[in-house]
Design a protein. Structure first.
Lengths: 191, 178
């Protein structure tokens, strides 16, 4: 079975709930609404054999509304095809339903998104930070968070300081030019 | 067959008595049995393990006894990236080590934060611990770690160990002699 044979059944059952469809190099992306997420996730797993949740990521479109996007990367072990689900979350809502009961692996992915981006997951069994410590006051992957960090202090647990950037960030310039032109240097951001 | 003489110590001539300075004897003992606390936090720990293995053989310098309890260690080898989340744990382990103790910052990350100029990484373990030897490299080769260990041995052999160990007694002796 291929994606062309499988996915029409999803579109048939949930047609109205799919806001947008994109095809790119044989991979399909559906844009959906956050309220339909759990129903569509359950359908994808049970009816369409997407038994493997590869990853959940989040995107910060700072300055736009809705601000955040969450991307679910699905794979079917039985058939070998990919499916991507995208949904938007505005900063005011700031939360989306969990899918950790559908795919248990979502538990830690959602904790990571909560830790780095500050999006909450309704119904998550254990929504704690996963990389930074409990009590760290910032969400470091948000666009307004500076690369060099912000100072914080939790006595006996951890602290952070502002990193000296020394003219950086030091970035390479990918091209076919000589190593001297490509090597990491402090480059002003291209606006 | 020519007769072999030991140049360092001839028991037939010198008997069972050795004359030396107390500091020299103490330092000699200390520097040749430095037991490391392997604080392996990133890829430098792989080179640390290679240094301990047979090809480079850190046992040649008396430092093969990697103790995973800080209570039995003399030198902490901070091998790898120290994140802020780990920083106070490293400090706590250092504080649990008995005196005298030394610290080797192995590699770029432990020395300065290395390539991680980021919100999550402590910019050098010397912000928390007194570092004796810094080793450059990313990661340093085992030879570099051995060179760092030998530098530390040199440093130890010049220390005023007795005065540091018994400050009150030294003070009394100095007063009596004055």
């Amino acid at each position: 079975m291929t994606a062309q044979e499988l996915l029409p059944s999803l579109e048939k059952s949930l047609g109205t709930k799919i806001q947008h469809k994109t095809e790119f190099r044989g991979e399909t992306t559906y844009t959906i609404s956050p309220v339909d997420l759990r129903e569509i996730a359950q359908f994808c797993r049970d009816e369409l054999s997407f038994d493997y949740l590869i990853d959940i990521t989040s995107i910060d479109n700072f300055g736009e509304e809705p601000r955040f996007e969450i991307v679910y990367e699905l794979y079917s072990m039985a058939i070998g095809i990919y499916l991507r689900l995208k949904l938007s979350v505005s900063e005011d809502v700031g939360s989306v339903d969990t899918v950790s009961d559908t795919w248990p692996t979502a538990n830690w992915h959602e904790r990571e998104i909560y830790d780095m981006m500050g999006i909450k997951f309704n119904g998550h069994p254990d929504l704690r930070r996963i990389l930074m410590w409990d009590g760290y006051p910032f969400f470091p992957l948000r666009k307004e968070f500076p690369l060099e960090g912000l100072p914080s202090e939790m006595p006996d647990v951890a602290f952070t300081k502002v990193t000296p950037m020394e003219g950086g960030p030091f970035v390479t310039k990918p091209s076919t030019a000589t190593a001297r032109d490509r090597e990491p240097r402090a480059r002003p951001p291209e606006l | 067959m020519p007769e072999v003489h030991s140049t360092a110590y001839d028991s037939k001539i010198e008997g069972n008595v050795i004359f030396t300075r107390f500091d020299a004897a103490l330092n000699w003992v200390r520097k040749n049995s430095l037991w490391p606390m392997p604080m392996g936090l990133a890829c430098c720990a792989i080179e640390l393990m290679a240094t301990a293995a047979s090809r480079f053989d850190i046992a040649r310098f008396g430092a093969e006894v990697m103790r995973f309890s800080p209570r039995q260690c003399d030198v902490m080898i901070v091998a790898g990236t120290v994140t802020y989340k780990m920083a106070l744990a490293v400090k706590r382990i250092y504080e649990q080590m008995p005196e005298p103790k030394w610290v080797i910052a192995m590699g770029a990350c432990a020395s300065t934060g290395g390539m991680y100029r980021s919100y999550a990484v402590l910019q050098g373990i010397d912000q928390l611990l007194p570092v004796d030897v810094y080793i450059s490299g990313c990661p340093p080769r085992p030879e570099a770690l051995l060179a760092g260990l030998m530098k530390l041995q040199e440093k130890i052999s010049g220390e005023k160990s007795f005065a540091a160990q018994k400050p009150e007694l030294t003070k009394k002796l100095n007063e009596a002699l004055a």
